[in-house]
Write a protein that binds this ligand. Sequence first.
Ligand code: KG4
Ligand code: ZN
Length: 338
Amino acid sequence: MAIVLAIETSCDETAVAIVNNRQVCSSIVASQIPVHQQYGGVVPEVASRQHLETINWAIAQAMEQAQLNWGQIDGIAATCAPGLVGALLVGLTAAKTLAILHNKPFLGVHHLEGHIYATYLSETTLDPPFLSLLVSGGHTSLIYVKNCGDYKTLGQTRDDAAGEAFDKVARLLKLGYPGGPIIDHLAQAGNSQAFALPEGKVSLPGGGYHPYDASFSGLKTAVLRLVERLEKDGGQVPVADVAASFQETVARSLTKRAIACALDYNLNTIAVGGGVAANSGLRKNLQVAAAKHNLRVLFPPLKYCTDNAAMIACAAADHLSLGHTSPITLGVESRLAL
Ligand code: KG4
Ligand code: ZN
């Protein structure tokens, strides 16, 4: 199985891509961010409608950019879980229709597996095992990648995902949506040591703390209380300093857990994925810590950190080459463990 077309519509990007194994032939990402910005976040019904209006155009664009005809496509895939149900249905139904129409094997892909595979698009010779740090708007996980389809989740967030924390803090600082890139940009001009914020820890029943699980909701509340206090004192909120202190706390928490996990499991490579992998604070923290421990840390190019279909196609190409396919009756799931 070599050439795969995949569709990704789990949230607010209508994405279609074609890969030849780990080589990207085309990757179209039609972002809905400007549409959702006016509501301050993703509105599920609006997302579904936007996907429906854009999907055929995106498929045609992907085919045209790759300069391929349907006879050259070996398989069709789409994200089937987790995500917004209506949004997922648009992509999955489109993929099934194409598979039936052109008589191709069909495969549903887990969104997080796609984020794991994003690393392969730039590191085409990377082989498992390695540790995947997935940090997106919906997930924060440390995953032991043993092989294609063989994953073990070693750590996760107990409440907000890292990207969700960025988005919520940006909202309370009245900065707009999505919050991650805005906070990242503002943090460059701020002092990350200006405010000491609590790094969330997850207690273990027998005492002590979970070494890999994270918690971000307490941190978000701490930022809220800090802003309230600063406002009450009548002064202007030093937004860049708050952003930088918050970003530093998240980056430190993720770095500490990822490094501990990689060392404990004897994995010398950490592959970061998901939208928050674009964060400059996390990149810096993790690179410095990894170098100290002689670990390799890999970040996909920014365009493959956030949601895209090339990562889904890459995962599908591996599965299809192993003979894995999905029944055409496959449904979507809003929540599904990897
Ligand atoms: O992976 P992704 O595109 O979608 C999900 O699967 O959730 O991640 C989107 C998330 C959003 O929460 C966004 O604020 C965050 O990634 N994000 C960032 C940055 N760029 C995107 N967070 C921190 N720093 C960034 N530079
Ligand atoms: Zn994602």
